[in-house]
Design a protein around this ligand. Structure first.
Ligand SMILES: [Zn+2]
Length: 205
């Protein structure tokens, strides 16, 4: 290995530990333990059908995308617009709160006024961090860091370090994504309730 690639790897490792760590071995997030049950609950199989492999890995198993990837490059070029949850379509961030932190992942200094970003303590990998999740569906988004030098010039002095793959960008004036409604389990429950009310027997699969 030559010196410049070794330096690059070292830089990458430093950034990874300060921004987002590789969460490969972490079990799937279980948001219902610390947050009220997400409004949208799909089975793993259903999420897999709806999402790409990378979207599933990051959002449903608390994974981390590679820093300085293609999505990040696109993010840096994007103009005014809104960022929605790739899983359920909830509004999460807007270009107003976006700032350049140089950490290799999309950065915002605050969530959008829609307030769909939930924060909870994360003690994985021997670090004390605050994980950010979509309030509606429990998707893992990334982490939020307070009082760093890179966010010192922002109004909140916070850096929401977000996986770009968890976001669905819609340029200003564009059509927002359709909100994913009730999860299959809830739909089944509703069907049962309606059938019961109508006095019709429910056939169980
Ligand atoms: Zn969501």
């Amino acid at each position: 290995m030559n010196k410049s690639s070794a330096t690059f790897l070292l830089l990458l490792a430093t950034l990874s530990s300060s921004c987002l760590a590789e969460d490969k071995d972490k079990p799937a997030a279980t948001p219902e333990k610390t947050m009220s049950k997400p409004q949208v609950t799909l089975s793993d199989e259903e999420w897999k059908k709806r999402l790409t492999e990378e979207q599933y890995r990051v959002t449903r198993t608390a994974g981390t995308e590679r820093p300085f990837g293609k999505i990040y490059e696109e993010f840096e070029k994007q103009g005014e617009g809104t960022y929605y949850c790739v899983c359920c379509g909830a509004e999460l961030f807007t270009s107003k709160e976006k700032f350049h932190s140089g950490c290799g992942w999309p950065s915002f200094y605050d969530a959008s006024t829609a307030k769909n970003v939930l924060e909870r303590p994360d003690h994985s990998h021997g670090m004390i961090r605050v994980e950010t999740l979509c309030k509606r569906c429990g998707a893992h988004l990334g982490h939020v860091f307070d009082g760093e030098s890179v966010s010192a010039a922002t109004p909140t002095k916070r850096r929401f370090c977000i996986n770009g793959v968890a976001l669905h960008y819609v340029p200003k004036g564009g059509e927002p994504p359709k909100l994913l409604e009730l999860g299959s389990a809830d739909v089944e429950k509703k069907k049962e309730a309606v059938a019961k009310e109508a006095g019709v027997p429910v056939s169980k699969p």
